[in-house]
Design a protein around this ligand. Structure first.
Ligand SMILES: Nc1ncnc2c1ncn2[C@@H]1O[C@H](COP(=O)(O)OP(=O)(O)OP(=O)(O)O)[C@@H](O)[C@H]1O
Length: 347
């Protein structure tokens, strides 16, 4: 299943084709500012009168103006009534039971906000109320446009977990976020948007290891996709320094930014620029993690760097290695190396 969207908004042209497999329920849209993500969501919601949208996702025929709900900075609450009245209005209109209403209020952490007026809410509080209201509308398609951006990390993780794994609603979800960990936490598929087109789509590990991911850190003010791997494995232990999980027989130490799913699998984002390779004594570096793997591919990124792909246990780990260092190491496909990396990264 797929969807084609075209829209002219001033000088901006959106020509996007999304793959929408029936088995995928959460799709992420990632891309730089101005790429067209919000325009695409609005078109899918049937809110762009001049957009041409044709597609289907499972049982949802697109565009879906009737049963889709868009949550964005531009979707206001009713300003003259309280949070409780805003929520109960939508709940009663959509025949939500008291239990469903309580679930949305409690799980979007709005209980303490009910008596407040919308104008008195902070940015993160407003996002929580908008999310609760969206759930109470019982959507078939939920479109989240940076709907967690003002929440602190712990709050965001709690609410995303509940929406992803505990919410009984049957909506398919498309989520726009600039935070890659949101994509890892929630999305089965991610579409990378650039200049109004979908340039790549797949699971997040494929996108982060693909040709559009850059080994160099972001230029200031410009969001780029880092060349990175997503290591996954079963939860092992919770320590003072964070979570431990296992990749094969090796214990990996990760900060609390690691993502845990409902089967107790941990996922950890490892930027390729932060992986240090060694061939000798694996304890010679002071970094807390060391995985041993076999080199599966070496590709040139640019004049200065190469992408070295490793297979560690059954997982791909990518390192961006300085070309001079690579030559000194004399590394070839099939060689065994040690990959060292930290437990916490700032992206
Ligand atoms: N109604 C409009 N008239 C003219 N230009 C528009 C209109 N709506 C959007 N655009 C332009 O379309 C482009 C894409 O905007 P859009 O908001 O979809 O980007 P985005 O990827 O969501 O960006 P961000 O991450 O910054 O929110 C921008 O250059 C924007 O200025």
């Amino acid at each position: 299943m797929e969807c084609h969207v075209s829209q002219q908004a001033g000088a901006f042209t959106l020509q996007a084709s999304l793959l929408l497999p029936a088995e995928c329920h959460w799709l992420g849209l990632f891309g730089p500012s101005g790429a067209g993500k919000s325009t695409l969501l609005r078109a899918l919601a049937g809110l762009e009168r001049t957009a041409e949208v044709n597609g289907q996702w499972g049982e949802v025929v697109l565009p879906d103006a009737r049963q889709s709900v868009l949550v964005s900075a531009q979707t206001p609450l009713f300003p003259a009534i309280s949070v409780a009245q805003n929520l109960h209005l939508v709940a009663s209109h959509n025949q939500q039971s008291a239990a469903q209403t309580d679930w949305a209020i409690d799980n979007c952490e709005c209980r303490q906000l009910l008596s407040k007026m919308p104008g008195a809410l902070s940015g993160g509080e407003l996002q929580r109320v908008k999310l609760a209201r969206a759930l109470l509308a019982n959507p078939t398609l939920l479109l989240l446009d940076e709907s967690f951006s003002a929440m602190d990390s712990a709050l965001k993780q709690r609410i995303q977990w509940r929406l992803r794994y505990e919410w009984s609603g049957s909506a398919r979800v498309i989520m726009v976020s600039h935070d890659i960990n949101d994509m890892i936490r929630c999305c089965q598929q991610v579409a990378l948007i650039s200049a109004g087109s979908v340039v790549s789509q797949g699971d997040i590990a494929t996108i982060l290891g693909g040709q559009h991911a850059l080994a160099q850190p972001d230029k200031p003010g410009e969001q780029t996709l880092p060349l990175a791997s997503v290591l996954k494995g079963p939860f092992y232990a919770q320590g003072d320094a964070g979570i431990q999980f296992k990749v094969g027989q090796t214990i990996v130490n990760s900060s609390d930014a690691a993502v845990r799913d409902n089967t107790n699998q941990i996922a950890m984002l490892v930027p390729a620029s932060q992986v240090v390779l060694s061939q000798g004594d694996e304890t010679s570096l002071s970094l807390p993690n060391c995985l041993t793997g076999r080199v599966t591919a070496i590709e040139s990124i640019n004049d200065l760097q190469h992408k070295v792909s490793l297979l560690c246990a059954d997982q791909q780990l990518i390192a961006a290695v300085d070309t001079v260092i690579l030559a000194q190491m004399g590394l070839h496909s099939g060689d065994t190396v040690h990959a060292h990396f930290a437990s916490r990264f700032s992206l």
